[in-house]
Design a protein around this ligand. Structure first.
Ligand code: S3P
Length: 429
């Protein structure tokens, strides 16, 4: 990526939210009737979800030109046994949420994914789903995929109260989705609130679900009714342009139609803490998935401390926050973020290794990193480890580094943002 640019200016609409796109296909499949999804994310992960549900007999039409997906739902009990192994590709969300749904089916399935997925912990869903009476075998052992999910026999799953040791929307959602097939209410309490898209969408489609603070409770066997789902722009994708607008001198950007659900908006709060010139306008849909336009201008940033309950609300943005911290005055401490080690790559190690190569003053800690900002970053070859968020973060770093940044595996942005490089180029002056 060249870094001979003056500034970034203009307006952009980022692709649809990845988490919401996944859920729209899954819940659309379990609903009765036709669900029309607009601004669907055409990223590799969401296409994996479509593929898996097609394998289970659901008719799904995808118009990639219009980003419009139509799901012909067959109700809670309408999935059929796939003829082959379900392949989730790189998508942890597909693997974990779908395991919850599959636990409630009467047929057996095997689910697998790529090399990264096969290293990621699935014990975190196997444990609660087993407590509900599901039988899930880790084929290689150690709670790793491929997973063999056995169909339940005559009995329903059992409603449980699960105290999750991690704040993870994937774990919470997996258990709540299994709760659709239980004999009584199922609830999940997590240490801090994670993204609540599953709860909001289930409610919208007619499920009996309640959430208060860190606990969500679902009652079984609702009739889910298909509807229209307009996917907001993905704040996790917007984050790269927010950061670019803040660190490339002379920039001013408007990112339109971004999801600003309070369980996802930690990046906005951190930018303000860092002294950013950032504002949200035109806020709408606040009773479902809140949406707004984000206006960001180049700012002199200062270091900050990030930890505790804000972490789940910005977990996927930590790589790009680390890049911003390199351009901030003073120290940034990121803690309570041990979950970064089990994402698509070990994001603590990968950020620290790559930023160190570029000359940053950065140190890994047990559950995060410490960055002393202000040193110029030099160009370097960095390895994305095929992690889309790492590739996009270093592309932004490359806009302001002294010398170009060469990103190994740069094409992995296709997972969540296929048009990322083109969209970025469109803003360059
Ligand atoms: C997601 C939840 C988060 C996030 C992931 C998407 C989801 O993972 O990192 O990119 O859609 O539920 P965890 O639940 O593992 O924290």
């Amino acid at each position: 990526m060249t870094n001979k640019i003056k500034s970034l200016r203009g307006e952009i609409i980022v692709p649809g939210d990845k988490s919401i796109s996944h859920r729209a296909v899954m819940l659309g499949a379990l609903a009765e009737g036709t669900t029309e999804i607009t601004h669907f994310l055409q990223g590799g992960d969401c296409l994996s979800t479509i593929h898996c549900f097609r394998q289970m007999g659901i008719t799904i039409e995808n118009d990639p030109e219009e980003n419009k997906v139509t799901v012909r739902g067959k109700g809670l009990h309408g999935l059929r046994q796939p003829l082959e192994t379900l392949d989730v590709g790189n998508s942890g969300t597909t693997m974990r949420l779908m395991s919850g749904i599959l636990s409630g089916q009467t047929f057996d399935t095997i689910i697998t994914g790529d090399a990264s997925i096969q290293k990621r912990p699935m014990g975190r869903i196997i444990t609660p789903l087993s407590q509900m009476g599901a039988t899930i075998e880790s084929i290689p052992g150690g709670g790793l995929a491929p997973l063999h999910v056995l169909g339940r026999k005559d009995t329903l799953l059992h409603g449980i109260h699960y105290n999750s040791p991690v704040a993870s929307a994937q774990v919470k959602s997996s258990v709540l989705l299994a709760g659709l097939y239980a004999d009584g209410p199922t609830s999940v309490t997590e240490p801090n609130v994670s993204r609540n898209h599953t709860e909001l969408m289930l409610k919208m489609l007619g499920a009996d679900i309640k959430a208060s603070n860190t606990t969500a409770t679902i009652c079984p066997n609702p009739k889910l009714t298909a509807g229209k789902i307009e996917v907001p722009g993905d704040i996790s994708s917007a984050a790269y342009f927010i950061a670019a607008g803040l660190i490339v001198p002379g920039s001013q950007l408007t990112i339109k139609n971004v999801g600003i659900n309070p369980t996802r908006d930690g990046i906005l709060r951190v930018c303000k803490q860092m002294g950013a010139d950032i504002r949200i306008e035109n806020i709408r849909n606040t009773d479902t998935e809140a949406v707004g336009d984000i206006i960001v201008s180049y700012s002199e940033l200062k270091g900050t401390e990030i930890g505790g309950s804000i972490i789940p609300t910005l977990i996927d943005e930590i790589p790009i926050i680390a890049i911003m911290a390199c351009f901030a005055k003073g120290q940034t401490i990121i803690k309570d973020a041990g979950e970064l080690k089990v994402k698509e790559s070990n994001r603590i190690d990968v950020m620290v290794n790559n930023l160190s190569r570029m000359g940053a003053d950065i140190m890994a800690t047990e559950d995060g990193m410490i960055i002393n900002g202000g040193l110029p970053l030099r160009g370097a070859a960095v390895d994305s480890k095929l992690d889309h968020r790492i590739a996009m973060s270093f592309t932004i770093a490359g806009l302001v580094s002294e010398g170009p940044v060469e990103i190994l595996g740069a094409e992995c942005v296709n997972i969540s943002y296929p048009t990322f490089y083109k969209d970025l180029e469109g803003l360059m002056e």
